[in-house]
Ligand binder design. Structure first.
Ligand code: 13P
Ligand code: SF4
Length: 306
């Protein structure tokens, strides 16, 4: 990507500041491409949770959305976790609150709750185990119970159900508006326009889109799939629009087409916001300790299985 001279100056400033402050910058794949330039580590929700757990840094600057920074804080109670823009939320994670899950669970005594990582700390605290888009099938398969309550993404739940026909996945009625809006007709069009391309979609997409895909992948798995697939030179990617920047950066010699919608929350973090966090230590994620401890159990159970 071509950086402006202002961006180059800010990037230099951040790279100096983060050394002085002993800060680690984690960056989700959907972030603005200029933020890739200051990231110590880029990845999907699972990879970023693992990095957050492993780091020795005193400060974590989390360039992603609120639930991701919150997960980093759940796993690192003694570290400062800062989010450059506190308004970077996730519409899907807002579709369920802790008290709602508490009530819902009462209708299914003894049935384990799997929560997608795209949830608040309160929801994680009410869940038995967490999962991400890259391990949802594995996590559900690991549970001895036939019935499983799955929150909040009904699309991911349907995908898990299709892979685990012996289970009964009972889903909350939540969804990601960005992925849910991706229309199967655009995928059909893309297939006609680019017959040689492999089609890769995110499991937050609706079933009719998933059914047309060659591969269903988390954002990191998309990168692994392109790397593994040395024969194919063209790919159609159906997910949030920012993913294409990450793929172009990793594979400048491959061709990418995208069927996507923009998640504006993912774009709220800026280079200026990162400097503010580093200089002033603002936008710290705080979680009441009893909730953090319960939420940590759900995340740690997941990380043991991965
Ligand atoms: P990944 O874990 O696949 O990066 O997904 C996160 C997300 O928010 C997708 O919308
Ligand atoms: Fe949430 Fe969807 Fe945005 Fe991901 S793309 S952060 S699931 S609203």
């Amino acid at each position: 990507m071509d950086l402006t001279s202002k961006q180059k100056t800010l990037i230099k400033q951040i790279n100096q500041l983060k050394k002085v402050k002993q800060a680690l910058i984690l960056c989700h794949n959907y972030q603005r491409p200029e933020i890739y330039e200051v990231a110590d580590f880029m990845g999907d929700s699972l990879a970023l949770s693992i990095k957050a757990k492993e780091t020795q840094a005193k400060i974590i600057i989390f360039c992603g959305v609120h639930f991701m920074a919150e997960s980093a804080k759940i796993l690192n109670p003694d570290k400062k976790v800062l989010l450059p823009n506190m308004d970077s939320g996730c519409a899907m994670s807002d579709m369920i609150e802790g008290f709602m899950l508490k009530i819902w669970k009462k209708d299914y005594p003894g049935v384990p709750v799997v929560c997608y990582v795209n949830t608040t700390a309160e929801v994680k605290a009410e869940s038995d185990i967490c999962c991400t888009s890259s391990n949802a099938v594995k996590i559900c398969a690991s549970l001895p119970s036939k019935k499983i309550l799955f929150v909040p993404d009904k699309n991911l739940a349907r995908y898990v159900q299709s892979r685990l026909p012996d289970k009964e996945i009972i889903a909350w009625n939540g969804y990601c508006p960005i992925h849910d809006k991706i229309d199967e007709n655009y995928i059909k069009k893309a297939r006609k326009l680019h017959p040689k391309a492999e089609i890769i979609v995110h499991p937050e997409c609706i079933t009719s889109v998933i059914d047309l895909a060659d591969h269903v992948c988390s954002t990191n798995e998309m990168i692994y799939e392109v790397a593994r697939n040395s024969q194919a030179t063209e790919f159609v990617i159906a997910t949030e629009c920012g993913m294409i920047n990450r793929l172009i950066k990793e594979f400048p010699n491959k061709k990418f087409y995208t069927v996507c919608n923009m998640c504006y929350d993912m774009k709220k973090n800026t280079l200026e916001g990162i400097i503010d966090c580093l200089e002033k230590g603002i936008n710290e994620i705080k979680i009441p300790e009893p909730i953090r401890k319960k939420a940590e159990k759900a995340l740690m159970r997941m990380l043991k299985i991965k």
